[in-house]
Design a binder for this molecule. Structure first.
Ligand code: GDP
Ligand code: MG
Length: 301
């Protein structure tokens, strides 16, 4: 893994930070050209730090996707914000993501205060450029320019990929000489089981809208590879807080859980590169968002 540093090889960590829902995970997937981080129109979709490995000519960029930074108290929310703020220490570049559709607000200024104390370069990425007119974009660039001495300001659309190639081009010169941290074929350090669970959770979030306040936690109970049939058999449990939430996830005559399973399976097949048999169960665990033990069990350490 850690080969001796070659003077021509650059590598380093780039933290992607910003408020919830600005498109951090969408941008990560777009830069990697593969989906590893789940996204949704709901805030607080990302709960963990997600590492995305991007190989370039003579270099390796390690992207850290983080939960959004926002005001939060207690349990899972507090954990997510701590994770996001701690991930900006010890990185080589910080990428602050904002939305072109929004003016810089109060809570963004708080994030900027945190960034002011850092010595590493901060790149401002103005996302969702597909949603605004060119004039608005120019106004935004001017508004943001006054807030911090950004190394670069790059407008992108993480959804369409517009501007993302340019963003990827300006990163390598900002990285130090360093080793190849991970083998070339690796795209993330997260176990396949985790990504699989996340892909199920994404579909639950997308298909249940606001009916389940904290969403659900998903745990892969078994992951069995059947080599000669090029098939993986996965059993996953969906934990929800209440019986009423279970009824919502299952849906009338099991219709919703069937759709959740079918859509998640397509993403999982693309990710694993083979056929997948996915079996889902729903279990009620009261107050899983508050319980430290449960958080640990689901991997939110
Ligand atoms: P995160 O919370 O910052 O990780 O945000 P997500 O990546 O989960 O994205 C939040 C929502 O914004 C999702 O519904 C995305 O599809 C949407 N989104 C992300 N990037 C863009 C973009 O460039 N344009 C548009 N129109 N929507 C975007
Ligand atoms: Mg996210």
């Amino acid at each position: 893994m850690n080969q001796p540093a070659d003077q021509d090889f650059t590598s380093g960590f780039v933290a992607i930070i910003g408020q919830p829902n600005v498109g951090k995970s969408t941008l990560l997937n777009c830069m990697l050209g593969q989906k590893i981080a789940i996204t949704s129109p709901k805030p607080q979709t990302t709960r963990n730090r997600i590492l995305g490995i991007h190989n370039i000519k003579n270099g390796q960029i390690l992207f850290l996707d983080t939960p959004g930074i926002h005001n939060a108290r207690g349990g899972l929310n507090r954990y997510m914000v701590d994770l996001a703020t701690s991930s900006i220490r010890d990185v080589d570049v910080v990428m602050l993501l904002v939305e072109a559709t929004r003016e810089p607000g109060e809570s963004l200024l708080e994030i900027i205060e945190l960034l002011r104390k850092l010595s590493c370069p901060v790149v401002l990425v103005i996302n969702k450029l597909d949603l605004v007119a060119a004039e608005t974009l120019l106004v935004r660039i001017d508004q943001y320019r006054t807030l911090l001495d950004f190394r670069e300001i790059v407008p992108v659309s993480a959804l369409s990929g517009d501007g993302v190639a340019r963003l990827l081009e300006l990163l390598p010169p900002l990285l130090p000489v360093g080793p190849q941290y991970y083998p070339e074929e690796m795209i993330t350090d997260l176990p396949e089981r985790f990504i699989v669970a996340e892909m199920v959770r994404e579909q639950i979030m997308k298909k249940t809208r606001n009916e389940i306040p904290y969403g659900a936690a998903v745990q892969v109970e078994s992951f069995e590879e059947i080599p000669h049939r090029k098939l993986v058999v996965i059993k996953a449990v969906i934990h929800v807080e209440r019986d009423s939430h279970k009824r919502i996830v299952v849906g009338r005559q099991g219709e919703l859980i069937k759709t959740i399973g079918a859509t998640a399976r397509r993403d999982i097949e693309r990710f694993l590169g083979c056929r997948v048999f996915l079996e889902l169960f729903v279990r009620v665990d009261k107050n899983w968002t508050q319980s430290a033990r449960m958080l640990k069990e689901f991997g939110y350490e």
